[in-house]
Design a protein around this ligand. Structure first.
Ligand code: GLA
Length: 643
């Protein structure tokens, strides 16, 4: 619910309040974000920042109107550079006429109730109100809209920004983050999540001292190096006590978050698209829209804040048709066979798994063209008839006949130089002319910013989905981006790729609404709210070692609900770490989310087989709790007990 008198803005969710007001200079000043407060008659004197005197050398924003206001010391709702704020700001623009100096003043506001537009970028759905604040630099003819979208029951606010160039000279957007939040420091500790391949979501905790803390991805994708999720918590806050903020971004490309603590104890939190190699040109009347940042707060510790975020993801990010839809128990052939399989081998794996209770058989990498290892065939979609003489149609029929669903692995964004596609369209691969591109896993990325590439992918995946009864897709992507092309608008490249990816995913998921898409990127190299908007679950890590997986899954659970985590029980010894573990331990970890198996059941000992069957029955009985249960104190302690 939003209340305003045109000067004070009060945004209330079920348990939270967010307050800011317009200063007489036209700047927006931030007043409060925390547990819900009641404000009478728009009187916010008690929560307004008190500025008693100016600091010696500070730049006064508009002395003739307010000689006490320096942007450097005020808690600002929206800041911009070159007018006296020497901290990092969420926006940096450049034009020939203005240089880098712009000045945005409040103009008006509107409150909307309509659903958000999700055509270019994924947007959360089933929102309550949306507040739009209009700001303008009337001299340079640039407008900025700040959007605040309220999700009352989930206690989450989503924010984004739109920049509109109304001038006739081109405007360069060099930095456009999705949100800024100015707070007063209360012994805050920053918790973010770092890692690498098969080692995702390691917690990194730092108590803030004055300085700038940046965490970002420059790999082209959200990445396993640093997840866009982060928390800010009072240093004494625990699982069930204390102040905790959670921030995330609905975006799958390069992200950037900075937390800046000043020596005076003011804290600025910002997040959005990474300004690294970013230069988006806006011609007259063109606009740029940032992805949505989302955030919540709880004074009931980590569990309070994450239960808000989990609710938000399940109810407003995951497509409505998958919300609370119980997900099937998977048997995937990857670690059981790798590339070496025949139809009869995978049929046997599926048949045995069915006896144990598996419900969906997923055929992983290696089913197409000359793909017998990872150096060939990516990009070509013709089916390898040597391995699958009956084609996918024949295999799907046999699997369906057993009473199981059939699913398939794809890696549509990549191409091996050793492929028919690359020979036909070398210009579709991402590379700089004149330089040999660097490969990763023997492959290049296709330029999804190019509409022809998007259409090629949509057309070929559609053909396969139309031909066989495929009810699940594992959408993989196995490299970081490199070798940006030497094209004139290269500053738009990273973002245009992601927009292209979203178009492809949006088209396919809308066209095949019954198909369950699972995201994957060498495990969790693109585990983010953008992908989750199309794929309700994501393969959390290529590391299936239950012991290591505990910290990986625990990391995700700070901001992503169990329904999004796809976890498999694999064989012992584990293929990544060689560790031996009991069937119970492997199950006890994998069951916190979407359960699957990646092994050959018939190779297990008799005891393991009996146990395995029993445990899958337990999982099915309590599936709604494992997939959609809330992590309250009790459930969490069960989970940490398994450590
Ligand atoms: C990636 C995925 C794995 C598997 C292989 C297949 O590494 O994360 O689960 O699908 O690709 O090549």
């Amino acid at each position: 619910m939003t209340i305003s008198n045109g000067e004070v803005f009060i945004l209330n969710t079920k348990d939270l309040s967010y307050v800011f007001h317009v200063d007489k200079t036209g700047l927006l000043l931030h007043d409060f974000f925390g547990s819900r407060i009641e404000i009478k008659d728009f009187n916010i004197d008690a929560i307004k920042q008190k500025v008693s005197c100016q600091k010696g050398t500070s730049t006064i924003y508009k002395e003739e109107i307010n000689d006490q206001l320096s942007m450097d010391y005020a808690l600002l709702e929206f800041s911009f550079p070159h007018k006296g704020d020497y901290k990092n700001t969420p926006i940096l623009l450049k034009s020939d006429s203005a240089g880098y100096t712009f000045d945005f003043s409040y103009k008006s506001y509107e409150i909307k109730k309509s659903p958000l537009d999700n055509q270019e970028l994924p947007a959360p759905h089933d929102n309550d109100e949306e507040l739009v604040i209009h700001l303008e630099d009337s001299v340079n003819r640039v407008k900025v809209e700040l959007h605040y979208v309220i999700f009352e029951e989930a206690n989450v606010i989503a924010r984004n920004m739109v920049i509109v160039n109304e001038g006739n000279a081109p405007l360069h957007v060099l930095k456009a983050l999705s949100m800024q939040l100015d707070l007063v420091n209360r012994d805050f500790e920053l918790k973010n999540f770092v890692g690498g391949w098969a080692s995702e979501m390691n917690e990194a905790n730092q108590l803030l001292v004055p300085g700038v803390y940046v965490h970002e991805s420059k790999t082209g994708f959200s990445s396993h190096k640093v997840n866009p999720l982060f928390l800010l918590k009072n240093k004494d806050a625990s699982l069930d006590y204390g102040d905790v903020y959670i921030f995330n971004l609905i975006y799958s490309g390069n992200h950037f978050s900075e937390v800046e603590l000043t020596p005076y104890g003011y804290l600025r939190v910002e997040t959005g698209i990474n300004p690294f190699c970013f230069d988006f040109e806006l011609k007259e009347n063109e606009s740029f829209k940032t992805p949505y940042a989302v955030f919540t707060f709880s004074d009931k510790g980590i569990n309070g804040a994450r239960s808000n975020m989990h609710k938000f993801v399940n109810e407003h990010v995951i497509a409505s048709r998958w919300k609370e839809a119980l997900r099937p128990v998977v048997i995937n052939n990857w670690e059981a066979t790798y590339f070496k399989f025949t139809e009869s081998k995978v049929i046997n794996i599926a048949r045995k798994a069915k006896e144990f209770g598996a419900e969906l058989f997923v055929l992983d990498d290696g089913w197409f063209s000359t793909r017998n290892d990872d150096s060939h065939g990516l990009g070509d979609y013709w089916i390898n008839k040597k391995k699958l003489p009956g084609g996918l149609k024949g295999l799907a029929k046999k699997v369906n006949k057993m009473g199981m669903k059939f699913g398939l692995w794809f890696e549509p964004e990549s191409v091996n130089p050793q492929s028919d596609l690359y020979k036909a369209h070398p210009e579709w691969a991402i590379k700089s002319e004149n330089l040999a591109p660097s490969l990763a896993r023997h492959q290049l990325l296709l330029n999804l910013g190019n509409k022809d590439v998007q259409d090629y992918i949509i057309e070929n995946i559609s053909k396969i989905l139309d031909e066989a009864n495929i009810e699940y897709i594992k959408w993989d992507m196995n490299r970081h981006m490199s070798d940006l092309p030497n094209t004139p608008n290269v500053g738009e490249f990273y973002h245009r790729y992601i927009l292209g990816l979203y178009r492809v995913l949006r088209t396919l998921t809308e066209k095949y609404p019954h198909v369950l898409f699972e995201g994957c990127a060498s495990g969790g190299n693109r585990f983010d709210l953008g992908i989750l908007s199309y794929c309700p679950q994501i393969w959390a890590s290529d590391d299936t070692d239950a012991h290591e997986r505990l910290s990986i899954q625990n990391g995700y659970l700070y901001g992503y609900p169990q329904s999004t985590l796809s976890n498999h029980v694999s064989s012992t010894h584990n293929h990544q770490t060689l560790r031996e573990m009991s069937i119970d331990t492997r199950y006890n970890v994998a069951c916190f989310g979407i359960l699957g198996y990646e092994l050959i059941f018939s190779e297990m000992s008799k005891f393991e087989r009996q146990q395995c069957k029993k445990l899958i029955e337990v999982y099915k009985k309590y599936r709604d709790v494992f997939q959609f249960g809330e992590l309250s104190k009790r459930e969490y302690s069960l989970y940490s007990w398994a450590r």
